[in-house]
Write a protein that binds this ligand. Structure first.
Ligand SMILES: [Zn+2]
Length: 366
């Protein structure tokens, strides 16, 4: 099927783009009263960073750079929260699904250097520093124990929202001997400060959340909730010299956050107005308007009709070189300079057009 395209790009105003047509940076800056700001981004490093991840990372640096232009004395940096607890291998034993994390299988090392390479490039080209935090470091914060304790207290209400299918609290701890964990918390029990987990090989083991929060692993909705509340507590903590906000893909915007973040946070007794701001990065869509999915590409060989540079970092680097990240940076800089462009998504053909035009105008570079 071939349909002619007129190559024209329209940005009709509506919703967020109407309110934040010309400025979003001052709106965001006004939410913070400390002079040190951290912009958090995240990923599960289980494959080469896909194109959507590259745009999220690039957008974070674009926003930081623009904030520095508007407020030159601000101390601003990027924080890459690495979801190294994401599943790497899964096994089913007696109908229960067990997983080993990226960290425990070591598979994180297959791709992690690509993430660092991207962050280093963006750091140098934008003069904005970054740091990296793994899940155990995130969980070591003093805020985590009271949050998890509260979630366990309100478990019956919370599970109906965060896991409507099984109504299980998806917090898990890996077995200290074989690092397997009960993926869906089917056999896991919660009793005040204790998490009682079960390994099919090594039996029961108990975790005390008061002293061992660093061992906790969450599924995405639980992690999203815990992270937002922890950031909120940090932002309002007079003993912390920095505040933190988040940039994530806009597939989490709207219904997801309203139902799975803001309402549960309120049920837990955390004031919603103190949660951190989240800026949503436009999605990269395929021809039908679906999000370009990393797992479809990895598992099922989707998008074989597209040039590899539009799929992931490996393809981009092979075909165009690391320098091509600056084309994505130009695109996300433009979104921040014209924030009405943030409140919509873009098809992969839009990026192809931008790459073609950039390369035509910078022909000497290639
Ligand atoms: Zn075990």
């Amino acid at each position: 099927m071939i349909i002619e395209c007129d190559d024209k790009v329209y940005n009709p105003l509506g919703g967020g783009s109407y309110i934040f047509e010309k400025d979003i940076v001052n709106f965001l800056l006004n939410k913070f009263d400390k002079n040190k700001l951290i912009i958090s981004i995240g990923a599960q490093p289980n494959s080469s960073p896909h194109f959507g991840t590259l745009t999220v990372f690039s957008l974070a640096f674009s926003l930081a750079k623009k904030m520095k232009t508007v407020k030159p004395n601000i101390n601003i940096s990027i924080l890459f929260e690495v979801v190294d607890t994401a599943p790497s291998e899964t096994t089913v034993i007696n109908t229960i699904k067990y997983q080993k994390s990226l960290k425990s299988t070591g598979k994180i090392n297959n791709y992690f250097k690509e993430y660092v390479e991207i962050l280093e490039f963006l750091k140098k080209s934008n003069n904005i520093d970054y740091s990296i935090r793994f899940q155990s470091e995130f969980n070591n914060q003093e805020y985590i124990y009271p949050i998890i304790k509260r979630i366990i207290e309100k478990k019956d209400e919370i599970v109906k929202i965060l896991d409507p299918k099984y109504e299980k609290l998806r917090i898990r701890v890996a077995c200290p001997y074989c690092s397997m964990s009960d993926k869906n918390s089917i056999l896991t029990k919660f009793d005040k400060d204790k998490i009682i987990s079960h390994c099919p090989k090594h039996g029961e083991y108990v975790t005390d959340i008061k002293f061992e929060t660093s061992k906790l692993e969450y599924n995405t909705p639980v992690r999203n909730l815990v992270r937002a509340i922890a950031y909120g507590l940090n932002n309002n903590d007079p003993n912390k010299d920095y505040q933190i906000m988040r940039i994530t893909g806009s597939d989490y915007a709207g219904f997801y956050q309203e139902e799975l973040l803001y309402k549960p946070a309120s049920i837990l007794g955390f004031p919603v107005q103190k949660l951190p701001p989240i800026l949503y990065s436009p999605l990269v869509l395929d021809w039908s308007g679906a999000k370009m999915s990393k797992s479809l590409y990895v598992k099922e060989g989707a998008y074989s009709d597209l040039p590899p540079y539009l799929i992931n970092y490996k393809g981009l680097k092979n075909e165009k070189g690391i320098e091509a990240l600056s084309i994505i940076q130009t695109i996300t800089d433009n979104w921040i300079d014209n924030p009405y462009m943030l409140f919509r998504n873009y098809s992969i053909y839009y990026f192809k057009k931008e790459f073609d035009e950039y390369e035509k105008s910078n022909i000497s570079k290639y």
